[in-house]
Design a protein around this ligand. Structure first.
Ligand code: FAD
Ligand code: NAP
Length: 521
């Protein structure tokens, strides 16, 4: 039975990134008593934690922003085509202030457990530092990329220099001047950080396990004419983006024909133009780059040729050339990434054959050789999509644990609910477009859906809601079936959980935003 000495909220929201902030705004407007718990000391989530040099969004600023308030989208002024982390964090803080969100957010408070009481249909939520309260509904806004994945390497405690993970960057930053720096990892975070660190450090050693495809972002000051044009028709612009496959990029042409039906010259010309424009639209000129290996090879070879043109040392260029399908690991956008390997203070070390063996007090050992370093940066990514959920002891009906239910991979209905866990919602959960979409758009769609659902339950006097086994099974099958029509499952990506030792290999996000929205309506 519910303990009457503990406070009861209509809703507890976990996390105060863009998802938790908007969830709070909507719930409060709809008249639900709501508390948000946030482990960090400020709002912004991703943009609060990832303060590494070079951290930047790779969705354009006019698109990577909330659409729910016309006043907000008119008044905020972005300065660059792709906003940098400090600017996005300022934006998140502006939103928190403008809508007076902070008064219902408990910072530096981590939710460590939540259990569902079947008799009262309520969740008992436990936080650290110690506290417990009841909630009728529990909304997990814990983020898809919020549990840092730092490899376990012998000798880490004995290293006398500084160690940092890009996703848990120290608030005061790191001074690289005059230092010998090692960066482990060449995904999006590494690709962004490496050029900036190289400009500051005395020496930079990049430890690469898998080379990645990266396209120039072609970042620059925001085109004021474009901004005026977009702001004059913002609702239409947002609507056009929501109709796009990844909920972004409506300004660019997305080809509807096969790259195999075009001549090699046509494909090269198209890729060349898109390389100059910059951004994800690079791979959108034809409709089968992520469906046909033969088509994909054309885009992959184009990028390899560019790498060989940019990087002067042919051996280094070859090491930087990815061999996997382009796009099956998330495409990176960069500013002078490949050029950085022409600098005399930068060297590339291949750890694909000889993994990192250990850290010593002075540095890092691989291939039987010790590299002496003052700072080691782990740009090694995240326990994506499930990590922040399974780290919490979440117990549903009959005490079943979410982490046990998902031991073979996450299972959800629509990425929003889980059988056995009534009244629990996951914003951008596995099985939804989430990380394969402009995430702010995906967040707004989920938050709106959850708010509508709670209003419906209140109106109908329903105490609880839960997915059925049949609906969940069919949904999981659907998500897998869609993935299997593409080349996404062909390489070891975090979309598949392949970056975390022991994590089951299951494709977690749903491909395609518009049909998903249709299904949710
Ligand atoms: P988050 O921003 O991750 O916020 C989750 C919050 O929950 C965090 O503050 C965390 O501290 C808190 N939390 C988690 N567990 C607990 C707990 N148990 N108790 C209390 N609090 C908890 N997406 C794009 O669409 N475009 C981009 O270009 C892009 N760039 C990115 C760049 C980086 C470096 C990273 C890491 C991600 C990027 N993403 C991008 C994805 C990004 O995560 C989303 O766009 C968006 O910021 C997610 O918001 P969120 O609120 O869902 O999650
Ligand atoms: P990531 O894509 O998972 O990349 C991690 C890198 O670390 C990979 O190169 C990986 O190699 C390497 N690595 C992991 N463990 C290693 C080990 N033990 N030894 C050697 N190398 C190791 O992580 P991320 O770069 O942080 O990006 C994660 C996601 O966050 C992105 O895909 C994107 O969605 C988002 N993000 C976006 C931006 C942006 O541009 N806006 C920036 C940063 C992050 P393998 O490939 O061999 O596993």
């Amino acid at each position: 039975m519910t303990d009457s000495t503990k406070p009861v909220q209509d809703v507890v929201v976990v996390g105060a990134g863009f998802a938790g902030m908007y969830m709070l705004y909507r719930l409060r407007s709809a008249g639900f008593s709501t508390i948000v718990f946030e482990a960090g000391s400020g709002v912004g989530g991703t943009w609060y934690w990832n303060r590494y040099p070079g951290a930047r969004c790779d969705v354009e600023s006019l698109e990577y922003s909330y659409s729910f308030s016309e006043e907000l989208q008119q008044e905020w002024e972005w300065t660059e085509r792709y906003p940098a982390q400090p600017e996005i964090l300022r934006y998140a803080n502006h939103v928190a202030d403008r809508f007076e969100l902070r008064k219902d957010i408990h910072f530096e408070t981590r939710v460590v457990a939540a259990s569902f009481d079947e008799r009262s249909s309520r969740w008992l939520v436990r936080t650290e530092p110690g506290g417990e309260l009841w909630a009728r509904f529990l909304v997990m806004a814990t983020g898809c990329l919020s549990s840092a994945n730092t490899p376990t390497i012998d000798g880490m405690d004995g290293f006398v220099g500084e160690i940092a993970h890009t996703g848990r960057w120290p608030r005061d930053g790191i001074d690289f001047c005059g230092k010998r720096v090692g960066v482990v990892g060449t995904g999006s975070s590494g690709v962004q950080a490496i050029p900036v660190i190289a400009e500051q450090a005395a020496e930079l050693v990049v430890f690469q396990r898998t080379p990645n495809y990266s396209i120039p972002a072609q970042n620059g000051p925001l085109d004021l004419e474009l901004e005026r044009e977009v702001k004059a028709h913002y609702p239409e612009f947002r609507a056009a983006n929501r109709r796009m496959h990844g909920a972004l990029g409506s300004r660019f042409r997305y080809g509807q024909t096969s790259a195999l039906a075009a001549s090699d010259e046509e494909v090269q010309r198209d890729l060349d133009e898109r390389w100059q424009i910059g951004g994800f639209a690079f791979i959108a000129g034809y409709n089968d780059f992520l469906r046909s290996r033969e088509a994909n090879a054309k885009a992959a070879e184009f990028v390899r040729r560019r790498i060989r043109e940019i990087v002067r040392d042919p051996a280094v260029a070859e090491l930087l050339c990815p061999k996997q399908v382009i796009g099956c690991k998330r495409l990176c956008l960069d500013t002078h990434y490949f050029e950085t390997f022409n600098r005399p203070n930068v060297r590339l070390v291949d750890v694909s054959e000889h993994p990192i063996e250990r850290l010593t007090s002075r540095g890092l050992v691989t291939g039987g050789r010790e590299y002496e370093l003052d700072v080691i940066v782990f740009a090694t990514g995240f326990d994506a999509m499930t990590g922040s959920l399974t780290r919490i002891d979440i117990r549903g009906r009959g005490g079943i644990r979410l982490r046990d239910e998902w031991s073979g991979g996450p299972r959800t209905y629509l990425g929003l609910g889980v059988v056995g866990f009534p009244n629990l919602f996951t914003i951008t959960g596995p099985g939804s477009p989430s990380v394969l979409a402009n995430m702010i758009v995906a967040i707004e769609q989920h938050v709106d859906w959850i708010t509508d659902c709670l209003v419906y339950l209140r109106r109908g006097g329903y105490a609880s809601i839960e997915a059925t086994v049949e609906a969940q099974d069919a949904w999981v099958e659907h998500v897998n079936a869609i993935a299997d029509t593409t080349l996404y499952p062909t390489c070891n990506s975090w979309y598949l959980g392949a970056n975390v030792p022991g994590k089951p290999r299951v494709f977690m996000p749903l491909i395609g935003f518009p049909p998903y929205v249709e299904k949710c309506n």
